[in-house]
Write a protein that binds this ligand. Structure first.
Ligand SMILES: C[S@@+](CC[C@H](N)C(=O)[O-])C[C@H]1O[C@@H](n2cnc3c(N)ncnc32)[C@H](O)[C@@H]1O
Length: 244
């Protein structure tokens, strides 16, 4: 049966006063506009989340500070775990990580059992230092230059022990790209690290140079052990150094 054209919804709408009719016509348009606003908001939220994600921050720093980052991507969990395996979590004193990046090695050190209040991470990039502070609120994150380590230690600027006295630095775990850091800066870092390390302490450094001496040897440390970690991009070598 044909419907009466005068009673169809369209005919009824046409019969309504202009203002009401405008509202009905605008309904679908409003819905489309609301959906567009929703999509734009979602895009902005995703954009913000991506911009703050560890991988995006790492890539951004790599593009803007290639010499400081010195790696095409963050260390693999395997490399981080091998670095952390040489740290004794039961040792008293501080564990200082140099060049924390996005926190892969920091995570491995915590997973190894290092107490967060004994862990200090030094990171030069402000964006990465902020990321580390957000990710690890219980860890002391210092936004600064690793070359200042010995000075900060002597001046008592690192976390003290329960009795308020300065703690020895028993382990230094370095993810610094020493070979791509300009020589004068590198020498200051090497000197500061070797000076700050407690007698009997251990310094761990990974490098993509699979052969050759460690730059830390030029600062008087001895290489005690080396191992290769193939499961990393690129494959790396972990050196364990100490006063010998
Ligand atoms: C190769 S990335 C390693 C990051 C992380 N440890 C990892 O293994 O994925 C080197 C990091 O060292 C930082 N860095 C470079 N020079 C530094 C310096 N003088 N003091 C502190 N951090 C530095 C860079 O900003 C970067 O985050």
């Amino acid at each position: 049966m044909d419907s009466d054209p005068n009673t169809s919804p369209l005919a009824q709408a046409r019969a309504l006063p202009g203002a009401v009719r405008a509202g009905i016509d605008a309904g679908p348009r409003l819905a489309v506009r609301a959906a567009r606003i929703g999509v734009a908001r979602m895009r902005r939220a995703v954009g913000r989340a991506v911009a703050r994600s560890p991988r995006s921050l790492f890539l951004r720093e790599l593009v803007t500070q290639p010499g400081s980052v010195g790696a095409i991507c963050a260390s693999s969990p395997r490399l981080a775990a091998r670095m952390a395996s040489h740290v004794d979590p039961a040792a008293t004193g501080l564990v200082v990580e140099l060049g924390g990046g996005t926190g892969v090695i920091t995570s491995a050190l915590l997973a190894r059992g290092v107490a967060p209040e004994r862990l200090v991470v030094i990171e030069q990039s402000d964006a990465l230092a902020a990321l580390l502070a957000r990710r690890f609120p219980q860890v002391t994150v210092i936004h600064g230059d690793a070359a200042e380590l010995a000075r900060w230690h002597v001046q008592g600027l690192l976390p003290p022990g329960a009795d308020g006295a300065a703690l020895a630095i028993n382990f230094i775990v370095s993810g610094l790209p020493l070979l791509s850091i300009p020589l004068p800066v590198r020498q200051r870092i090497l000197h500061a690290g070797a000076q700050a390390l407690a007698p009997g302490g251990r310094l761990l450094q990974f490098t993509y140079a699979l052969r050759g001496p460690s730059p830390w040897q030029s600062a008087g440390l001895a290489r005690l052990h080396s191992e290769r970690v193939i499961a990393n991009l690129p494959p790396a070598r972990v050196d364990v150094l100490g006063q010998g």
